[in-house]
Design a protein around this ligand. Sequence first.
Ligand code: 5AD
Ligand code: FES
Length: 348
Amino acid sequence: MTERIRGLIGKLASEHRLSEAEYAGLIACPDAAPMLAERAVAARRAIYGDAVYTRGLIEISNICKNDCLYCGIRRSNKDVERYRLSPEAILACAEEGYSLGFRTFVMQGGEDAHFTDAVLCGIVAAVKARFPDCAVTLSMGERSRDSYQRLFDAGADRYLLRHETADAAHYARLHPGEMSFENRMRCLMDLREIGYEVGCGFMVGSPFQTPQTLAKDLKFIEDFRPEMCGIGPFIPHHATPFKDEPAGTLEQTLMLLSIIRLIHPSVLLPATTALGTIHPRGRELGILAGANVVMPNLSPTGVRKQYELYDNKICTGDESAQCRQCLDRRMRGIGYRLVVDRGDYKAL
Ligand code: 5AD
Ligand code: FES
């Protein structure tokens, strides 16, 4: 590693920002990873100690009106059996999750017209009424500002909407013409203004991604300062136009986790299921690179295989309790501990 790169890491750790050219240079230098990870872990430890937060993920629908080129549940994929969970089934997942120690529930789904504001507000309100000590996170895609406001008023605390890429031309190559980068950004700004804790994020190694587009993603994170940031490797899905594209790498994902931790030391940063899919110890390595959240699946085992955004997704055959225990063991194995806690964002 050159003196220049060492200098950049020092500057990032103390000033929490670099220029786009500097980010692109850092990303292009794999040798920087160990030093980045060491600094990232120190930054995370100073705020969150050895706690790893968990969120119980409930995949409420795989029906989607969109046709994102990378995604296995895109509407053009006629090979998926579509499902949506009833409010009762969702509450049953949360009930099981609560008894396993989850204090945040993430309800995620495709853009399914069935989930009108009235339906979704009813579910949010029911979960909050039953589990007043839990946080509710929604990850239901692009909606109107009014809709986000109603869901917030019904009790939703947080919203995850990955920006996918901060480069408009790159965005256009990953999405069909009817979707727009401007609307994605509008959604994120609305969510922030309404008062949600907001999560953005992107896939590492998505088709047409370059060090320059990644540098823009990092600049966006600097400016937007999301409370949460979800990144994981792109993994091709066999029934999408990107089926022959290479997956993102473990090494690059770990390096970006470390860089994001140094940009924004208090961000809630998951070691994602996609990372666990490309490497058997991907989630552990993610924590050791600076992540501090894991999001095991609480969906009913009967539908898990159908929520396949990418090929070979892990944990589709495991009971929720098995996943919790498995992660508990994995985290203890690397000297961390899963905590029973809402895992709120700590503003510095
Ligand atoms: N590989 C990895 N991540 C994917 N996502 C969608 N499709 C894939 C894929 N093929 C991610 C997107 C989306 C999130 C819910 O899952 O970034 O925002
Ligand atoms: Fe699901 Fe390990 S986390 S089986």
